[in-house]
Design a protein around this ligand. Structure first.
Ligand SMILES: CC(C)(COP(=O)(O)OP(=O)(O)OC[C@H]1O[C@@H](n2cnc3c(N)ncnc32)[C@H](O)[C@@H]1OP(=O)(O)O)[C@@H](O)C(=O)NCCC(=O)NCCSC(=O)C[C@@H](O)CCCCCCCCCCCCC(=O)O
Length: 719
C-alpha cells in the first residue's frame, strides 16, 4: 500500500499505491507510517520523496471508510511525524493532491508539482472540513483570505495557481519524481526549521474578525442550509486567531460535529451516486462496460433556438466540429451572432481562445450527409420533430445517430420515423444547455447499446453528468416535477400563497421556490403543452368541471394567469410582480392574492392555515412517491439515478442527497404514513396514493438506499 525504495544513492522514495486514486485507506496510512520509519532510520538516506503510483499523488482520505469504525494509524500524528522529520521530506505531486492528499503534502517540507496537477481541499463538498491539519496549515502558508476561498469552496487549483499562491515550491513539465529526487538531493542536510508550516505564524490580516464575518455572510447565503462551509470558516478563523495546537483542537471539535452529520452522509452518497450513474445498464442488458461508443468526428445541431444555441456552444467548447442548421438565413445569422457572443464570453472567462472555427452554419439539411451524430433541437412539437426525423433519415449517411433534444416527448414515436430506430436516442439538455450539468439520455426499446454508449460518452465529453433513463412522459426529472408543481398549485387553492410555498421550499435548500422558477421559465410553456393535451384552453371538453380533468383533481390557476397574459418574468407579471418585463426581482403581488381569494370564493373553497411542514410534505412526498413508481416501472435503474438528476438538474440541495436518499433520511415509514394521510384527505389525487415499491420497502424493514435495488429486482421478477 506504500512501497519503499532507495534511489540516487541517498533518496528514500515512498510510493503510495492504492489504485485508482491512492486514497489514504487504513492500509495506505500503515504503509506510510512503516516506510517513513524505514527511511528516517536508514543512515544512507539523506532526504525522502513521497509520490503516488500511476500518475496521481493522492485523492485524499478513503471516503468509503467514513461512517465505519476507524482502524489503522490516524492521519494527524502521521503527518506530524513527517513534518517533524529531520531529513527533508519532498512531495512529488502528479495528477491530483486533494483533501488528505494535500494535507499530507503540506506536512512535507517541500512540494514539487507537475504543471498538469490539480490541488485542493474539497472536503466541504463532502460535508466535512480539512481535518488532518489542512484548515490550520493552509492559512499559515498562503494567508487567511486565500485559504478561506479554497477551503470554503473546495475548488481545485492548477499547479500554476498553486505556485503563485505559495502552496508548491516548484512546477515542472518533466517527470515529477525525477525533478523531486533532484530537488531532494539539493536540499539534503539543509536546516528545516523554516520549512515546518505548523510553526509559521498566520500572515497578518488587518481585521480578521471583519474578514471572517464577511466571508461567513457570503457562505451562509450560498450554502442554502449546508453546515460544512460555515464550519470551514470557523476553522480558518481559529488558525488566524489561535496558536497551532489550540487551532488543531478547534479543527477536531468542528470535524466531530460534521463527521456524524446527516449532511455529510448525503454529500458522500452524492459523490458516489454521481460516479455510479456513469456505469449505466439498461433493461435490454446493454451496459457501460460491454458497449462501445461510436467515434464522433463531426456532429450537427438542427434548430438554433435557446436550446440549440446552448448545445452548439457546449459541443464547440468540448472541441467537436459542429455544423448547425436553421431554416432561414436571417435566423441563422442571428443565432451565429448569439453563439459567437456566448463562446467569446466563455473563452474570456476561462482565459482561452474562443473555438469559433469549430462551428459552421447552414440553411441546408443536405449539408448533414457526412455527420456522425445529429442533435435535433427544433421546437417542442411532435409533428415538426417527426418531419425533421424523416428528412434526416433520408439525408444522413448510414449509421448516423439521431438524437432528439426534448423535455418529455415520446422518443419511441420519433424513432419510428427513422429507417434505423436503433440509432435513435433522446438527449434531454437543461437550459442554459452550455451551463447546466445534467443530461438525461433517453433510450427506447430499440435503441442499440452503441447508440446509448455514444450519447453517454458525448455527454461526458461536453462536461455533463449524464444519466440513462427509459422513455416515458417527462422521463425522470419532469415526470416527478409535474407532481411537485401540481401539489404547489393545490396548496394555493387551499389557502397558501406563492410566497409561503416558495419560502418553505427555499428554506429546505432549493435555490428558488417552485413559483419563482415557474415565473423564470415562463408560464406559457406549460400552458401550450396543456392546451395540446386538451387539459386547458378551448379544447377542454364542454361540461368538464374547471377543477377536474380525466376524473382527477386539476388546478387551472396557471392557465387562468396565462389567459391574463401573466407569463412570468418575461411579461413582468406571473405568480409575482416584477419592476418591468424581463425584471428579475420577484415581489409579492397583492393582485395575485386578491385573485386567489376570488378564485376560492368562486369555487366554494375555504382558505385554511397551511404551514411549511405541509408544503414540504405535500410537494416533496408526492414527488418522491412518483420516484418510487419510476423505479417500479424500470425507467430509472436505481435511486442514485433519480437523485443525481434532481441534484444536477433541478436544484435539489446536494446536502440532502436527492429526493430518494432524503426519503430514507426522513424514514420510509413516515413518508408512507404521511402519503396515506394526504391521500385520505385528497382521494381525487391518485398520485398521493403510496405506490407498491414504497410499501414493499417498508414491509422489508426500510433497508438503506444502497439495498433498494435488490427489492426492486424482486418486484420486477414477480411482474
Ligand atoms: C481524485 C479525482 C479527482 C479523480 O477523478 P477521476 O475522474 O479520475 O476518477 P473518479 O472520480 O471517477 O474516481 C475513480 C474511482 O475512485 C473512487 N474515489 C475517488 N476518490 C476517492 C476517495 N477519496 N476515497 C475513496 N474512493 C475514491 C471513485 O469513487 C471512483 O470509484 P469507482 O468505483 O466509481 O471507479 C476524483 O476522484 C475526486 O475528486 N475524488 C475525491 C477527492 C476528495 O474529495 N478528497 C477528499 C476526501 S475527504 C478527506 O481527505 C478528509 C481529510 O481532510 C482527512 C480528515 C481526517 C479524518 C479524521 C476523521 C476523524 C473523525 C472524528 C470524528 C469522530 C466523531 C465521533 O465518532 O465521535
Amino acid at each position: 500500500m506504500a512501497q519503499y525504495s532507495r534511489i540516487s544513492g541517498s533518496v528514500g522514495l515512498i510510493t503510495l499505491s492504492n489504485p485508482p486514486v491512492n486514497a489514504l485507506s487504513a492500509a495506505v496510512r500503515q504503509g506510510i507510517v512503516d516506510t517513513v520509519e524505514k527511511a528516517l532510520g536508514d543512515p544512507q538516506v539523506k532526504s525522502v520523496v513521497i509520490c503516488g503510483q500511476d500518475g496521481i499523488f493522492c485523492g485524499g482520505a478513503d471516503i468509503k471508510e467514513f461512517g465505519k469504525n476507524m482502524s489503522g494509524p490516524p492521519l494527524i500524528p502521521m503527518i506530524h511525524t513527517i513534518e517533524c522529520a529531520t531529513k527533508p521530506m519532498v512531495a512529488a505531486i502528479e495528477g491530483s493532491a486533494l483533501g488528505g492528499g494535500l494535507e499530507l503534502a503540506l506536512g512535507c517540507h517541500y512540494r514539487i508539482a507537475h504543471s498538469k496537477a490539480r490541488l485542493g481541499l474539497p472536503e466541504v463538498t463532502l460535508g466535512l472540513l480539512p481535518a488532518a491539519g489542512g484548515s490550520q496549515r493552509l492559512p499559515r502558508l498562503i494567508g487567511v483570505p486565500a485559504a478561506l476561498d479554497l477551503i470554503t469552496t473546495g475548488r481545485h487549483v492548477t499547479a500554476a495557481e498553486a505556485l503563485q499562491l505559495g502552496i508548491v515550491d516548484q512546477v515542472t513539465d518533466h517527470a515529477t519524481v525525477d525533478a523531486a529526487v533532484k530537488f531532494a538531493l539539493s536540499v539534503a542536510g539543509k536546516p528545516l526549521d523554516t520549512r515546518r508550516i505548523s510553526t509559521y505564524p498566520c500572515p497578518h490580516v488587518s481585521d480578521v474578525d471583519a474578514l471572517c464575518e464577511n466571508v461567513m455572510q457570503k457562505v451562509r447565503k450560498s450554502a442554502h442550509g449546508a453546515i460544512a462551509p460555515i464550519a470551514c470558516v470557523q476553522a480558518v478563523r481559529a488558525a488566524a486567531t489561535l496558536p497551532y495546537t489550540q487551532g488543531m483542537e478547534r479543527e477536531k471539535e468542528l470535524m466531530a460535529t460534521l463527521y456524524t452529520s446527516g449532511q455529510a452522509r448525503a454529500l458522500q452518497y452524492s459523490f458516489f451516486a454521481q460516479r455510479a450513474v456513469s456505469k449505466w445498464r439498461i433493461p435490454s442488458g446493454a451496459r457501460w462496460d460491454t458497449s462501445t461508443p461510436r467515434p464522433l468526428h463531426k456532429v450537427a445541431v438542427i434548430g438554433l433556438g435557446t436550446m440549440g444555441r446552448g448545445i452548439t456552444v457546449a459541443l464547440a467548447q468540448a472541441g467537436l466540429p459542429v455544423i448547425t442548421v436553421e431554416t432561414h438565413e436571417k435566423q441563422l445569422m442571428e443565432a451565429k451572432r448569439a453563439v459567437s457572443d456566448m463562446l467569446n464570453r466563455g473563452a474570456k472567462r476561462r482565459g482561452v481562445a474562443p473555438p469559433l472555427d469549430k462551428i459552421s452554419y447552414s440553411c441546408n439539411l443536405q449539408d448533414l450527409a457526412d455527420v456522425d451524430l445529429v442533435i435535433e433541437a427544433v421546437f417542442e412539437d411532435m409533428t415538426l420533430k417527426k418531419k425533421v426525423f424523416r428528412q434526416l433519415s433520408a439525408v444522413c449517411k448510414p449509421g448516423t445517430l439521431l438524437c432528439t433534444n426534448t423535455s418529455g416527448l415520446d422518443v419511441d414515436q420519433l424513432a419510428s420515423q427513422s429507417r434505423n430506430p436503433e440509432l435513435v436516442v433522446g438527449m434531454h439538455f437543461f437550459a442554459p444547455a452550455h451551463v447546466m450539468k445534467l443530461l438525461e439520455v433517453v433510450y427506447g426499446p430499440q435503441s442499440s447499446p452503441q447508440a446509448v454508449a455514444t450519447a453517454m460518452q458525448l455527454g461526458k465529453k461536453m462536461g455533463k453528468v449524464s444519466v440513462a433513463v427509459g422513455n416515458c412522459r417527462g422521463f425522470v426529472g419532469n415526470r416527478m416535477l409535474k407532481l411537485y408543481t401540481e401539489q404547489a398549485s393545490f396548496l394555493l387553492e387551499e389557502g397558501a400563497t406563492p410566497d409561503l410555498v416558495d419560502q418553505a421550499i427555499e428554506e429546505f435548500g432549493f435555490p428558488m421556490g417552485v413559483f419563482k422558477v415557474s415565473d423564470l421559465s415562463g408560464l406559457d410553456v406549460g400552458w401550450r403543452i396543456r392546451k395540446e393535451e386538451k387539459l386547458a384552453g378551448l379544447s377542454v371538453a364542454s361540461g368538464q368541471s374547471t377543477r377536474i380533468r380525466e376524473g382527477r383533481r386539476y388546478s387551472p390557476l396557471a392557465d387562468l394567469l396565462c389567459e391574463q397574459g401573466r407569463f412570468g418574468q418575461k411579461t413582468g407579471r406571473g405568480w409575482y410582480q416584477y419592476d418591468k418585463p424581463g425584471g428579475r426581482v420577484a415581489r409579492s403581488d397583492p393582485w395575485l392574492h386578491h385573485f386567489l381569494e376570488e378564485y376560492r370564493a368562486q369555487h366554494g373553497l375555504v382558505a385554511r392555515h397551511i404551514d411549511h411542514q405541509e408544503v414540504l410534505e405535500r410537494c416533496l412526498y408526492a414527488m418522491i412517491n412518483e420516484g418510487f413508481r419510476i423505479l417500479e416501472d424500470g425507467i430509472a435503474a436505481g435511486p442514485e439515478d433519480i437523485d443525481v438528476i434532481y441534484v444536477f438538474g433541478y436544484g435539489w440541495p446536494r446536502h440532502r442527497g436527492g429526493p430518494m436518499f432524503y426519503s430514507g433520511m426522513v424514514g420510509l415509514e413516515k413518508v408512507l404514513e404521511r402519503l396515506e394521510h394526504y391521500y385520505q384527505a385528497h382521494p381525487d389525487v391518485p398520485h398521493l396514493q403510496p405506490c407498491r415499491l414504497l410499501r414493499r420497502l417498508v414491509a422489508r424493514g426500510s433497508p438503506p438506499v444502497h439495498k433498494w435495488r435488490e427489492v426492486i429486482k424482486n418486484l420486477h421478477s414477480q411482474l
